[in-house]
Structures are given as C-alpha cells and as structure tokens.
Ligand binder design. Sequence first.
Ligand code: KDG
Length: 345
Amino acid sequence: MSHLPKLRHLAVGVAAAALLSTSAWAQFEERNVRISIGVADEHPQAVALERFAEKLAELTDGKMKAKVFPNAALGDDANSTSALRAGTLEMNSTSTSPLTQLVPELGVFDFPFLFASYPEADAVLDGPVGDEIGQKMAQKDLVLLCWMENGFRNLTNSERPVEGAQDVEGLKVRVMQNPVFLDAFGQLGSNPVAMAFSEVYPALESGAIDAQENPNVTILTSKFYEVQDYLAQTRHVYTPFMNLVSKTFWDKLSPDEQKAMREACYDARDFQRQLIRQKDAEALEQLKEEGMEITEISAEQREAMQKKVQPTIDRFSQQIGPDFVKRVYAEIEKVRSQGGQAQAQ
Ligand code: KDG
C-alpha cells in the first residue's frame, strides 16, 4: 500500500506548524545584552528594563538574554556611552544631558521649562524630532532603540526652603555634566558643580555640595532624603532617558533580532512612562513622610525664574542651531494648541 498520502499529510503538517510558528522562521542566536543604568534597582527605569529583558527572551525563544546593571556598576552615563561606541558594552539607558558634547542637539532638552506637560514631551520624543535625534545618534555609532522618562526635575537642598529664584542664590548645586545646566543655574545666582550621578550622594553627605536636582522618584530611590532637608517642586526641566545600543553589537544582529529588541523596548517604554508618572506623586508623599519639607513654586515665582534663565536659552539656541530649536518649540505648540498642556504635568 502506498505511503504517499500519509507522507504528504505529514509534510503539510510540518509546513503548517512552521508557518504558524513565526519563531521557526526567525533567526535567533544565543546573545547576552548587558544594560547599564545609573539609578537604583527600585527605580521605574530598572523595573521597566527588567520587563524589556523578559519580553526580549519571550520574543526570541529565550535566546537573547538581557541583564540590567544598576547604580552605574558598568559606568555612569558618559562612560557607559563611550563603552557602547567602543563596542565593549551592548546597551545603556542614559539621561540625554551628559551626552551633549557628542550630539549638541540633545541640549534642547535641558532648556528650563521647555516642556510643561507629559503630552508635550511624548509628542516631541516619539515624533519627527525624536527621529531626527536618532539619526544623529546613529552618526556616533549608537542606535536609539527607544525613549523612556527620567521626568520633571525638582530641587533639593540642605540649607533652606526654596520658594523662588531668590532662595537659590548662593547654593552649591550639583548639576549633570552639561553646559546648559551650568549656565542656567549660574543665571539663578547659585554655584553649580557638574558631577556624575554616582558621586551625588557622597558629595551631599560630606557637605561638598548643598543641593541637587532630580525627579521625585530618583530623589526617593537614591535616598537623597537622608542627606537633604528641603524639596522644592520646581519641575524646571524634563529629562528623557535614551535606551542606546552599541552599533557594533546591533550590526551583528539578524533583522528578526533587531525587530525583537525594538518591540521589547517599545513595550517597556509605554509601561515605564505609565509607572513613573504614577510613582511621581507617590514619591512626593513618601518624601514628606521621610521628613523633607516640601515647597511649591507659585506661577509668579516660576515666571520670574523663566525670565532669569531666558539668556541661557537664547545663548544655547544659537549654539545648538536656531532652526532645530524652532522645530522643537513648533512641535510643542502643536500640542498646546490642542490643549495638551492643560493635562496634569
Ligand atoms: O541612569 C540615569 C542616571 O545615570 C542619571 O542620568 C540620572 O538624572 C540623572 C542625573 O541627575 O544624573
């Protein structure tokens, strides 16, 4: 009796199974992806990158294994980015501010009061401006996999409550290694000191500096409340995180592996933005419970601060490129004209 019909059924079955299982067609190899971040492992950035690792493994039949290294264990933002460019590290998640020497356009995100709401930030980062930044990172052998959120930054200090620019005068404030921050905090009459994130806690503890500025969640998860007494909700800058991949590593990946990394990053980004926004308000309450004296900045005081730092924005708009800066503000205006600013910051 001919076995042909049975064999034909078997062949059809195998082909169907293969077609059904996309991973059977996808090319995945055993790969390890080390991810360097500067914040603590309780921070939403770390939590979201753990989700990235789980999703990536799921999408690649467990072949691509990502591991998060928090607390700058593999280097701070600037050093870990240099390692990506040298091909000695696969991925990091870094603030934009320490990288403006590499890509000056990133400096626009350090303009005080650039963004007034989350919808504005999302529209700029996930739109044509974000894509343009990605192209500029590519010219530096870096792949911008996706954005995440560091958040709206607030000022802490150990000297006095801050209710306006006048209270910032004379404070020795740590800022990220970034010329716009140095210039802006100089305009406010403080003594800004540029420093890597991993050095901030010991510098506050020793009294080498009086103040620092970060989002509420970072202030909480890095335990700055242990060495700072006052927290002013200035929300003076919104800092993005960039999830960067070494081009050396990226070019080794198959199209399917690259697609899996992108998909896992977009999933983690959406999760992280939601989580960190929820945690921002919760962190403020927890910081109060930890004994920090909280001050809000009135609209008038905020306006006065904006006037004081406008020369910084004017100077760096020229340096960065006025046309690029105009495009960023135009994207923000689109959101504002649709009422985006009205949403909770
Ligand atoms: O992982 C990011 C941190 O290294 C750092 O960028 C956080 O906002 C930050 C800062 O103040 O340096």
